[in-house]
Design a protein around this ligand. Sequence first.
Ligand code: C5P
Length: 281
Amino acid sequence: MTASFSETAYAKINLALHVRARGADGYHRLETLFVFAEDGDQLEAEPAGQLSLQVTGSFASPLLETPDNLVLRAAEQLRRAFGIREGAAVLLDKRLPVASGIGGGSADAAAAIRMLCRMWAISPDEPALARIARDLGADVPACVVSRAIRGEGRGDELLPIDSAGLSGLPLLLINPGVAVATGPVFAGWDGRDRGPLGRGDPLTAAIEGGNDLESPAIAIAPVISEVVRLLVMQDGVALARMSGSGATCFALFRDLASRDMADRAIATMRPGWWRLKTALR
Ligand code: C5P
């Protein structure tokens, strides 16, 4: 029997995101607190002669039109860097909405790196992996780690944080069904530096901070303000706001019962919105 490998592309959430400046390279300098959900897209792979990718799942269709998938690019970069001759038959089950501020392609690419390193016996400590991850996207290095971590620079300079109070917190993700491209949201930033993100307890720093991309994202997709408003007013919410460049919004809850009650309330009010009941890993 052929050995098969699997990985979860854990959904990425930015608890807070401060845009500090626009760099000469067009990328923005930011400070963010990345955390990850227990759930995400699912990847599987089997050894094969060639590289191939099959995409399934409720959110597969937007990806079928673009052959330039980040999972395949990650696999090709690994083969080139480490002289791998074998291929892999990769299956991506797309469970999270695409272009939605919770990692998507970045988390998929990072999961592919973790999975194919196991399949091709590449040590996760290989220095070339950091460069490959960075070249695939600013969020990819954090998604490779997939544990609470602080991001600076383009989001790819990683600093450890004390995540003891975060792990296991009940989490609800809501997407109103609008795809929002990252580039235009960053381009809509008003250029005002609102200061650094606190360096103390991460949840306190996140609550005291904000997401500077929320306003430009709302200008593109006004429904986001309604999602945030509905989440903020639920009982037992510790923090609710938009993640990344949107449109997915999150709420952290003090207990599971409050999360489940909020999920039911929003399902009744907005049955068309995508929801995921999960927890921080
Ligand atoms: O790195 P990634 O390909 O995920 O970024 C997508 C787009 O988001 C970039 O092309 C850029 O327009 C914007 N971006 C940015 N500053 C960052 C990260 C992303 O302007 N720090």
